[in-house]
Design a protein around this ligand. Structure first.
Ligand code: PAF
Length: 284
């Protein structure tokens, strides 16, 4: 697997594959790869002959008090994992290649970016929208794969690709979970053994809430009960646990089986802020 660091090299590789009639999948990441990321590569392989992974710890999506400097970085280890999974090309640009002097353009996806995680992390999804728009335009792949664990991010990316006529098809990859239900995440490595034992309570609580809402419970009651269960289990605080429409992310006050909806959660445990989401009913 070759590693390239400039947009020109990325474009040249992708163009030569496309000239040979080969479909190309893009799997953007920030590195610190785990099995969940490799499932994105595998979904890419199921949809295209060639898979390009990107590793770029995007500074514009981190807030001033967030973990940009401390974000785990291990490009050599990540590259070995990608190569083992059969990835064809790694694009790992330096910051100056993505944001050269003079760069000022921003991408604002109104309505979807200031709720849930966006309310707690102002500007985060503006940075995601900015870098993903660039990556999609740089790679010009046939499909791009994003994990469903950050469902809000996926909803933002689907919206911006549709609104800006970006021809790359956006595909969501199902959440990969540990055997006890904890969603795989680069941030799980921040958990101490005791915190790791508490962490699956988040998924348990939202799965219980989803089942009771699907059976007719009031979403406000069910999500309040989930919040209490997460705090009882030992989480330090809950940023949100809410039932919302899967595409518009608007709150729902009752479940309509004809409209996909999900429970969204973010909660803090030790140094980690964990996020998760589950469908309500079968269609979310
Ligand atoms: O989900 C991530 O790892 C990042 O937000 C992404 C999509 C690679 C953009 O930096």
């Amino acid at each position: 697997m070759e590693t390239v660091r400039t947009v020109a090299e990325l474009r040249a590789r992708v163009a030569s594959w496309r000239r040979q009639g080969e479909r190309v999948a893009l799997t953007p990441t920030m590195g610190a790869l785990h099995e969940g990321h490799l499932s994105l590569v595998r979904l890419g392989q199921a949809n295209a002959r060639r898979v390009v992974a990107t590793i770029f710890v995007n500074p514009t999506q981190f807030g001033a008090n967030e973990d940009l400097a401390a974000y785990p970085r291990d490009e050599a280890g990540d590259a070995a994992m990608l190569e083992g999974a059969g990835c064809d090309l790694l694009f790992a640009p330096p910051v100056a290649e993505m944001y050269p002097p003079g760069f000022v353009t921003r991408v604002i996806v109104d309505g979807l970016t200031d709720v849930l995680c966006g309310a707690v992390r102002p500007g985060h999804f503006d940075g995601v929208a900015q870098v993903v728009t660039k990556l999609l335009n740089q790679a010009q792949a046939d499909v791009a794969i994003f994990g469903e664990k950050d469902w809000q991010q996926l909803a933002v990316i689907r919206r911006l690709a549709a609104d800006l006529d970006i021809p790359t098809r956006i595909l969501g990859a199902p959440i990969l979970r540990e055997p006890d239900g904890l969603a795989m995440s680069s941030r799980n490595r921040y958990l101490t053994p005791d915190e790791r034992a508490v962490a699956p309570a988040l998924h348990r609580a939202i799965a219980t809430a989803a089942a009771s809402i699907a059976a007719g419970a009031d979403p406000a009651d069910a999500t309040l009960a989930a919040r209490a269960a997460v705090l009882d289990a030992g989480f330090a605080s809950v940023d949100y646990i809410e039932a919302r429409d899967a595409a518009t992310l608007r709150p729902i006050d009752r479940f309509d089986p004809g409209r996909p909806a999900r429970i969204f959660a973010a909660a803090r445990l030790g140094r980690a802020r964990l996020i998760d989401n589950v469908p309500i009913g079968t269609g979310g």
